[in-house]
Write a protein that binds this ligand. Structure first.
Ligand code: FAD
Length: 501
């Protein structure tokens, strides 16, 4: 490396390998590449086969396409074009390094099992090829191995985990975006984005396009909107799917268009502008939700089998059912339970579902239909724009009762009561299940109990315009509890043991 510098009198180029950190501001790997002192070559390699069993799903691919488009424009403006490649990460990074005369590769770390294994191989191969490599934390407030319980083990309960995070110091202030990126004198070839085939060629994406503005500009606009309108009322607002009470930052955070540090410090700035002491705002529920994101990554890192296997091994013997007709009805929002159906249709149309409804819909699948949580996790994986292996795994295992700090299995969300409580005027159902729009609010969440005259006035004909419930809430609840008892009576089968066992 020193020889190359001495021979040309110039610092060789550095590659910044971008993955789930599609932003220029607060990007530690990009800053490190700039500090290298020479040209900076931003590179994205599309390598879905390196993601193990979890290559990005359809909605994520759509988002990724838009996000890369935005990132490419930002790189152009900064002075060094984004190089897009497809194929093996090792081979492509080596090719780009050769073409650009680069001697170093920088990246921000990822924590999913397949990505971790791949990144280790990349590091070894690049070093063997004589390239300098360096990785950074660009995705989390606290990396998984930095937070431990008193016995030096990973946490499995959220509250002490987050307390430990909060006590381990303020996240560093976000880094500014580099003012300019020096381009290499020889620009490596780059594929047109379209060639990656990320955008599905059908009208399904129209709903996604209408709902979202992927990219850092969209992420920062969403954050400003949230701070201005919803942060102060978040504690109540976050439970109302009929109102825009949450930040809608999940996909932006997943793709790294905005970093959790940027969000943390924006909240801090907001609180300080109102002279609120740290002891108050650091406990805000919104920051606690960022804490759940941290916890999810902590769990995935320490228990890498959990996207497929329950964290609590006794659940490996749960007597789940296979029923493709019910699964299909759930996926398409045709279960006959308006709140569940509204959520599943919101997901299909926009690639996102409100957190409260994710819990209700997931609970319905695993506890009322007794369909394995992994089936639900797969469907979410394909249809969510924010599909995230850590958060999705935590969400499903939490709901199914088989994960860390999970809801007990016997706590079964009742879609009728949840609807009455969190969608009291029926506005959410009216929006996503238009065939029920004319039902009075009092009947909105239980059309099967609605008097025939009321149904007729609302133009609802059960079994024709809207399905009857595919299962009875009471019977399915009893069956679920019975299945749970059967699992508990089974002798514990050998399986994954958690390190904390
Ligand atoms: P806000 O309420 O504004 O929260 C701010 C941020 O905190 C979110 O953007 C997200 O990054 C994080 N966050 C909030 N709640 C959680 C949580 N429970 N667990 C982890 N992080 C959280 N979230 C995903 O990002 N990707 C997923 O694939 C995903 N799958 C889920 C599956 C199920 C079954 C459940 C119950 C939850 C899932 N969640 C997932 C968590 C949560 O529903 C979403 O993060 C949230 O609805 C996103 O909306 P928001 O950005 O407006 O959240």
């Amino acid at each position: 490396m020193k020889t190359a510098k001495a021979a040309t009198g110039k610092t060789p180029a550095a590659i910044v390998w971008l993955r789930q950190d599609l932003r220029l501001a607060d990007n530690p790997a990009l800053q490190a590449a700039c500090r290298h002192g020479g040209p900076v070559v931003p590179v994205f390699v599309w390598a879905p086969e390196e993601e193990g069993a979890w290559p990005p799903g359809s909605a994520s691919r759509w988002w990724l396409h838009q996000s890369l488009e935005q990132l490419a424009a930002a790189c152009d403006t900064a002075g060094s074009e984004l190089v897009i490649r497809r194929g093996s990460s090792i081979a492509e990074l080596r090719r780009v390094a050769k073409a650009a005369g680069a001697n170093a590769v920088f990246w921000n770390r990822r924590y999913q099992p397949a990505a971790l294994a791949r990144d280790r191989q990349v590091e070894e191969a690049l070093r063997t090829a004589g390239l300098q490599t360096e990785s950074h934390n660009g995705a989390l407030l606290h990396e998984p191995w930095t937070i431990q319980n008193k016995s030096g083990r990973p946490f499995q309960v959220f509250t002490p985990f987050w307390r430990t995070c909060l006590n381990s110091g303020e996240p560093a202030a976000p880094l500014p975006a580099p003012r300019m990126l020096m381009p290499p004198s020889r620009r490596p070839t780059s594929l047109p984005l379209m060639v990656l085939g990320l955008e599905a060629a059908h009208s399904w994406t129209d709903g996604l396009r209408a709902a979202w503005h992927p990219g850092s500009v969209g992420a920062n606009a969403e954050l400003r909107r949230f701070l201005r309108q919803d942060l102060e009322s978040y504690d109540e607002g976050r439970n109302r799917p009929d109102q825009p009470g949450t930040s809608r930052l999940s996909a932006h955070l997943h793709f790294g268009e905005i970093s959790p540090r940027q969000v943390w410090h924006a909240v801090k700035g907001f609180a300080e502008s109102r002279s609120l002491p740290a002891a108050v705002w650091r406990r805000w529920q919104f920051l606690t939700e960022l804490g759940w994101r941290e916890f999810a990554h902590h769990l995935l890192f320490h228990f890498p089998h959990t996207p497929e296997q329950p964290l609590r091994p006794e659940f490996a013997g749960f007597p789940w059912r296979k029923n493709s007709t019910w699964l299909r009805a759930w996926q398409r929002g045709r279960t006959g339970y308006p709140l569940v159906d509204a959520g599943m249709r919101e997901l299909w149309s926009t690639g996102w579902m409100h957190n409260r409804i994710r819990m209700v819909a997931a609970s319905f699948l695993v506890k009322n239909l007794l369909i394995p949580w992994q089936e639900g996790a797969r469907w979410f994986w394909d249809t969510l724009v924010d599909a995230d292996l850590a958060n999705n795994t935590l969400g499903w295992q939490w709901t199914a009762g088989c994960g860390a700090d999970a809801a007990p299995f016997f706590r079964i969300f009742n879609p009728v009561n949840q609807g009455a409580k969190f969608d009291p005027n029926g506005g959410y159902v009216r929006r996503w299940v238009p065939e029920l729009a004319r039902l009075p609010a009092a009947w909105m969440h239980r059309p099967w109990e609605t008097p025939p005259s009321v149904l007729a006035t609302a133009g609802v004909e059960l079994g024709r315009t809207y399905p009857r419930p595919i299962v009875s809430p009471f019977i399915s609840r009893e069956l679920a509890l019975e299945a749970y008892q059967r699992m508990r009576r089974k002798p514990r089968i050998a399986g994954h043991q958690s390190p904390a066992d």
